[in-house]
Design a protein around this ligand. Structure first.
Ligand SMILES: [Cu+2]
Length: 137
């Protein structure tokens, strides 16, 4: 191998190195672009999901369960009467009446019915409805 050849070879190497460099630059630039695009689209998708969950939350029915003292029940017929009365109120989903301990536990949708309406329904039947207390589930 002579001197000339070595120079030529190094020159070619330099040039190919340069093209390699510019190619690498282009590739990395497009890589960055793709990553940036992915991040933005990802962020948008996350926003959509957030919107969806907040929408679901507003549509969600939050039920409330209360324990209400009921006086005036003397037999199981009274008990079932009270139970039927509370259950017939629109918005009430679940009722349990305890004759011995003189209370009713019922679950209702506060958007549909107020506790006072349930109390009134019970007192209208001749029973005494006390102050309801919230039951934590
Ligand atoms: Cu009775």
């Amino acid at each position: 191998m002579n001197y000339n050849c070595i120079i030529k070879k190094s020159f070619i190497n330099k040039q190919s190195m340069l093209t390699m460099k510019s190619l690498l630059m282009k590739v990395s630039m497009s890589c960055i672009m793709v990553i940036a695009l992915a991040i933005t689209s990802c962020a948008q998708q996350q926003k959509k999901e957030e919107k969806l969950t907040s929408k679901e939350q507003t549509n969600q029915v939050v039920l409330q369960t209360v324990k209400m003292p009921v006086n005036g029940m003397v037999c199981s017929a009274c008990q079932s009467n009270v139970k039927k009365t509370i259950k017939s109120v629109d918005g009430v989903t679940d009722v349990e009446v305890n004759l011995e301990k003189k209370f009713a536990v019922f679950t209702f949708d506060p958007k549909k019915v107020k506790i006072e309406q349930v109390q009134k329904a019970v007192t209208d039947k001749g029973f005494e409805a006390g102050k309801p207390q919230e039951v934590k589930q």
